[in-house]
Design a protein around this ligand. Structure first.
Ligand code: URA
Length: 497
């Protein structure tokens, strides 16, 4: 009997190392145990050797397994590591095991992954940061959360991507995560009294919540199923739920009685701006919880609604509206452009103007169905310079791209595409978070993470602007070849026969 000691409750890297050694030694699942930290192993268990025998054959695993195992080891089940090893062991002989939906181990794995993903989703949705004055780092945002499973390491990178420019800490009873603006670190668990109780941000957040509360859309049961009471203590807006629910019926009646006559579009827009309840956003060109977005949207619909009010950079002011992404919220591919143009700004949809036509033609030539893809832009407001009656496209600058990346990252997290296609250098820069050239990156499939790849190609308006016909034909062909590569990589995008 062997035992492997893991460093912390969701130590996936440690498990993977140990599981590989055990597998190469041929240790059967019932002769293998795992302990965490100082936990005592069984009486007859001896420590697993540090390395496998030198001539041991390399084990192989199904492509889907690492992601599955990574989530299984986050489950609260004390048997999780041994169970993940059993699956791995079986997979050596039963290559198609994961496809057998009726297998008891596969059923158990699926349930565990579902529970972990649900818990991780709750953490993303219900963490509420409070600002504390920290003598060392200045503004420091701290949140308290009590997960059911061991999901801190799994979920903290989401917050690091979302709130990159801030210093934050999420305290949980078992382990805490700390982001210093550059690196994620994991700290020991904490107690609730170590987290701050409230800050002046709270008043703003409450005003915002009360203003977006729509009595006509109230579904108390659905709300409680989605946001169980256990999380309420950490969420300032929940103090408003009872009075708002109590007054909902009367408020709905009042709304119906005072149905307004529709104001002109322009007027409506000005009113909306005036009613904006996120005043701190005006003060600094950053975005994040300090501006009222301390509720991370958990659906594309909610993100689109929040983005309508975005004032995180000066581009919102002259633009007509936010042009958010469009397409299925589980699309396998996200196409990212630079920013909406004149026509997109008016219609509120990406890629419907001249560049959109070039894009559509290339998709059609490759046999791609655009309605199966999610199409968006790196920057969500039209940037332009007025010239007479015309509005001439102006390139977004670094800080506008950086600020707007909050939305792009969010779209990526919610849609979870297999492939992101960056149309042009600005899009590639926004996805990768660094400057790259089209020459160096074009037409290559780049791994962004375990589940997502990136393909960089030119922006369709580059083709539009080419002055000579031969160059245009050549570049159109190259762009269509890139679209063909998109289809080859993600065949689900094919136009239905
Ligand atoms: N150019 C872009 O990058 N995006 C659009 O939506 C339109 C033109």
């Amino acid at each position: 009997m062997y035992n492997a000691r893991l460093a912390f409750p969701a130590d996936f890297a440690g498990w993977r190392r140990a599981a590989r050694i055990a597998l190469e030694l041929g240790v059967p699942p019932d002769a293998m145990s795992f302990t965490v930290g100082e936990e005592a192993p069984g009486l007859f268990a001896e420590p697993l050797p540090e390395a496998p025998p030198p001539d041991a054959p390399q084990p192989t695993v199904a492509k889907a397994f690492p992601d599955l195992a990574r989530r299984i080891v986050c489950h609260a089940d004390p048997d999780r590591f041994a169970f993940a090893y059993r699956l791995l062991f079986r997979l050596q002989r039963e290559k198609k095991l994961l496809e057998i939906a009726s297998d008891p181990d596969v059923i158990r794995a699926t349930e565990m992954v579902k529970a972990v993903d649900r818990d991780s989703h709750k953490m993303k949705a219900f963490v509420r940061f409070r600002e504390i004055d920290d003598a060392e780092v200045g503004r420091h945002y701290v949140a308290w959360f009590e997960p059911v499973h061991h999901i801190v390491e799994l979920t903290a990178p989401f917050f690091a991507r979302r709130f990159t420019g801030m210093v934050w800490t999420i305290l949980t009873p078992e382990r805490s995560a700390h982001w210093d603006g550059a690196e994620l670190a994991y700290l020991p668990g904490a107690t609730r009294d170590m987290a701050p109780a409230g800050d002046d941000m709270e008043a703003l957040w409450l005003t915002y919540y009360a203003s977006i509360f729509n009595p006509a859309r109230l579904k108390v049961k659905a709300m409680q199923a989605e946001m169980p009471k256990k999380y309420w203590a950490n969420m300032p807006e929940t103090a408003l739920i009872r009075p708002l629910v109590a007054g909902a019926e009367a408020a709905q009646r009042r709304m119906l009685e005072t149905q307004p006559t529709l104001p002109s579009f322009r007027h409506e827009k000005q009113e909306e701006r005036r009613a904006m309840t996120l005043p701190r956003m005006d003060k600094t060109p950053e975005i994040g919880p300090q501006f009222g977005y301390n509720k991370v949207p958990d659906s594309i619909e909610e993100a689109r609604e929040q983005a309508r009010h975005c004032k995180a950079c000066p581009l919102w002011e002259p633009a007509t509206q936010t042009v958010f992404g469009k397409g299925p919220d589980d699309a396998p591919v996200i196409f990212v452009g630079e920013q909406p143009g004149d026509q997109e700004d008016i219609a509120g949809e990406p890629f419907i103007g001249p560049a959109g036509k070039v894009f559509d033609q290339a998709l059609a030539a490759a046999g791609i169905d655009r309605t199966q893809a999610y199409v968006t832009n790196a920057v969500k407001h039209f940037k332009f310079e007025p010239r007479g009656k015309r509005r001439i496209h102006a390139k977004p600058n670094m800080s506008e791209i950086k600020v707007c990346r909050w939305w792009l990252d969010l779209e990526r997290d919610l849609v979870k595409p297999k492939l992101i296609v960056a149309l042009g250098a600005t899009a590639a820069q926004a996805v990768l978070g660094k400057t790259v050239t089209i020459r160096d990156t074009r037409s290559k499939l780049i791994d962004l993470d375990e589940a997502t790849r990136l393909l960089v190609t030119v922006h369709p308006s580059y083709i539009l602007r080419l002055p000579d016909a031969a160059a245009k034909a050549r570049e159109t062909e190259a762009f269509e070849a890139d679209m063909a590569l998109v289809l080859k990589t993600v065949p689900e995008l094919a136009v239905a026969a």
